[in-house]
Design a protein around this ligand. Structure first.
Ligand SMILES: Cc1cc2nc3c(=O)[nH]c(=O)nc-3n(C[C@H](O)[C@H](O)[C@H](O)COP(=O)(O)OP(=O)(O)OC[C@H]3O[C@@H](n4cnc5c(N)ncnc54)[C@H](O)[C@@H]3O)c2cc1C
Ligand SMILES: *[C@@H]1O[C@H](CO)[C@@H](O)[C@H](O)[C@H]1NC(C)=O
Ligand SMILES: *[C@@H]1O[C@H](CO)[C@@H](O)[C@H](O)[C@H]1NC(C)=O
Ligand SMILES: *[C@@H]1O[C@H](CO)[C@@H](O)[C@H](O)[C@H]1NC(C)=O
Length: 603
């Protein structure tokens, strides 16, 4: 009883304080229903798109009297920039690559278009929170295309399991495929629901002042508030082993690989991932570059710019406060000043590359960084296929392939093997057909289709070529990567024999490609490793938008969690921290209004 009293006494003042701040910031919401306009026709002309996505850096393009500079134009950087533009801020986004979008950029080669880091996104149903957010951030111009209702297929050895979208269908079809496992499946789904319902409390840890969050954590009061914190801290393997002995079902409960074996991963993250797609999977109509394409004009309308080929070499500090950034140019450094600096470059780049080394040596920062590690790299094969999706019989579904059900063992094998062994026998692979997910692909690239193959890869296999530029890495690099690529294509052709002889183009990307194009340290695919330690409540509280440097904020996938949705939430948390305002309150109220309006319309 006494504990509860303390709890309530602690939480109520914090909430009150924020409500006051929120009123203080005015009634006017950042997000409004009428911001969402009917979608205009898709712009496919390359020159018109480049005018938005590829605005090269030059000094005369830098707006004067900037409010904010954002380093990096990934989903996280652009979300923060767009939300701040909505609040009237003049924001300059600086991107080192030659186009905006970060992991959501696309590239064209031989008449094909490939996306880099967006295969599918969940929770985009009308009226859902993420959809409301994306509609606001793109003013309704970004449209989402629903994948087939059977969105994921999981192959374990020769056995095949299929996931079906829909609250009821997901559960019922899973039960049918695992006879006798009704109870464990229901329990898993119930725990998943708890995780989803309570996850806003996890975000609260990053919104409330750090000392309050840490007090709640250290006193143990947190676990009285909600079971979600225990789920975050629990090893995924421990939880699912208690639910079932069926190894295949355990694999299905952990099938979305991101480089961490179930033994070392957090139940919360795996549960959120599975839930993310449970109601269906979506793909941006027009390809993933549409995300940046529709956010940039909003940033510009508020006086800001998004400039590419602008590599930030350091964050400028004045009396310990972030006051600007230096952009590295051939002719020397260009210094750009603003009272607020936001980094979408990830927590490691920000502390290790962009700030003076004294900062990361401070006890708070060094202890935080030492409890994190770089995530695993990935290996991608981009395959161009001659023929339309119809001709080739391609479906908008994804395939996850594992030779056996022991994901812990398979991840261990991936880590400890040499690349030659893996080229004989790949432990995990993902196959997807981006062209089949987007009805506009045929219009944009007539007679072409594409397939992407993905696996995780330790950086060490390719680290010898770190720092070298693409296409100049030499024969050994090329043959090593092509050997792995060919093995993956061979495996893919076993699944889709009709594609034999249809391959017209093939290219592969390694962790050093990711390092070069996205500045991902050690080529990591999802930023800081999402192992269970990252989701211990004290680390959750410390990994937040605010940094050890006043005036400097983090956005993107290292703030909350990975994935496009994770990076967008990171952006919202970041913009909220800058504005001293809980944007989720604005969004929740908007979501309610939309729901009411929809109900009125249908009655
Ligand atoms: C192969 C792959 C597949 C994926 N598939 C999916 C998927 O299907 N669904 C999903 O939800 N998520 C997926 N993801 C993850 C998702 O794409 C990312 O989690 C998310 O987009 C990250 O956004 P971000 O803004 O945090 O970082 P990023 O998109 O990495 O953006 C960071 C940007 O900062 C720039 N930058 C870094 N340093 C500097 C500097 N010094 N100066 C200037 N610019 C700098 C980089 O060039 C980059 O553009 C995938 C990722 C990969 C790699
Ligand atoms: C996660 O990574 C950190 C940092 O390297 C490490 O100390 C920790 O042991 C890892 N945790 C798990 C559960 O693997
Ligand atoms: C370090 O973190 C603690 C909270 O854990 C905080 O009280 C302290 O002010 C921080 N120190 C610095 C120098 O930021
Ligand atoms: C995973 O954890 C279980 C129990 O915690 C252990 O028995 C097993 O050896 C671990 N597997 C790997 C591959 O680390």
């Amino acid at each position: 009883m006494a504990l509860w009293t303390v709890c309530v006494l602690l939480v109520i003042p914090v909430l009150l304080l924020y409500l006051i701040l929120w009123f203080y910031n005015g009634w006017g919401s950042l997000f409004r229903e009428d911001f969402v306009q009917p979608p205009k026709p898709l712009i496919t002309d390359k020159r018109s798109r480049d005018k938005v996505l590829k605005q090269g850096f030059s000094q005369d393009k830098i707006p004067s009297n900037l409010d904010v500079v954002v380093i990096g134009s990934g989903a996280g950087g652009l979300t923060a920039a767009t939300a701040l533009a909505k609040a009237g801020k003049k924001v300059l986004v600086l991107e080192q690559h030659d186009q905006a979008g970060g992991s959501c950029h696309t590239f064209q080669e031989h008449g094909y278009e490939f996306d880099v880091g967006l295969h599918y996104v969940g929770q985009m149903h009308e009226g859902g929170m993420l959809r409301v957010v994306m509609d606001q951030l793109t003013e309704g111009q970004l449209q989402w295309n629903l994948l087939g209702s059977q969105y994921d297929t999981i192959k374990i050895g020769h056995k095949v399991y299929r996931l079906h979208a829909g609250k009821v269908e997901f559960l019922e079809t899973l039960k049918k495929q695992f006879p006798g496992e009704d109870e464990s499946i229901e329990k898993f789904v119930a725990m998943m629901k708890t995780a989803v319902r309570h996850v806003p409390l996890v975000a609260m840890l990053k919104i409330m002042p750090e000392w309050v969050a840490l007090l709640l954590v250290r006193s143990g009061l947190l676990h009285w508030l909600s079971p979600v914190f225990r789920l975050a801290e629990s090893s995924h393997q421990d939880v699912i082993s208690r639910l079932t002995n069926n190894k295949d079902l355990q694999t299905v409960f952990s099938y979305l690989f991101y480089g961490v074996p179930p033994n070392d991963s957090s139940f919360l993250i795996n549960a959120l991932l599975i839930h993310h797609y449970k109601r269906g999977a979506w793909y941006p109509r027009g390809g993933s570059s549409e995300i940046a394409f529709h956010m940039i004009p909003i940033i510009e309308r508020a006086g800001g710019r998004v400039l590419v080929r602008a590599s930030v070499s350091r964050i400028i500090l004045t009396n310990g406060k972030a006051t600007g950034v230096a952009v590295q140019r051939k002719e020397g450094e260009v210094c750009i000043y603003a009272p607020i600096i936001i980094s979408d470059a990830g927590i490691f780049n920000t502390y290790n590359q962009l700030l003076p080394s004294e900062i990361k040596a401070t006890p708070n920062v060094s202890s935080l960084l030492s409890s994190l590690q770089h995530g695993m790299g990935c290996f991608l094969v981009f395959v161009g296929l001659c023929g339309t999706g119809e001709e080739l019989g391609l479906k908008s579904t994804n395939l996850w392939i594992y030779p056996e059900s022991d994901l812990n063992g398979l991840m261990e094998k991936l880590w400890s093997s040499e690349w030659e062994e893996i080229c004989q026998d790949l432990p995990l692979m993902f196959i997807t057909f981006p062209s089949a997910k987007d009805p506009t692909y045929q219009k944009r690239h007539p007679g072409h289709s594409c397939m992407t193959l993905l696996t995780m890869t330790p950086y060490k296999w390719f680290s010898d070529w770190s720092g070298q530029t693409p296409r100049h890495r030499g024969e050994e690099y090329h043959s090593r990567k092509m050997k792995l690529a060919e093995h993956m294509v061979e495996k893919a052709l076993q699944e889709f024999p009709q594609l034999e002889g249809k391959i017209e183009y093939m290219e592969a990307a390694t962790p050093v490609s990711n390092e070069y194009y996205l500045r991902a340290p050690l080529g990591s695919m999802y930023g800081a490793e999402q192992n269970c330690s990252r989701y211990q409540c004290d680390i959750i509280s410390k990994m937040r938008a605010q940094t050890a440097v006043p005036g400097l904020y983090l956005t993107g996938q290292d703030v909350f969690s990975s994935g496009v949705a994770g990076a967008v939430h990171g952006g919202l948390l970041c913009a909220g921290a800058v504005l001293n305002r809980i944007l989720y309150i604005d969004l929740m109220m908007l979501k309610k209004r939309i729901k009411r309006r929809r109900a009125q319309r249908s009655s």
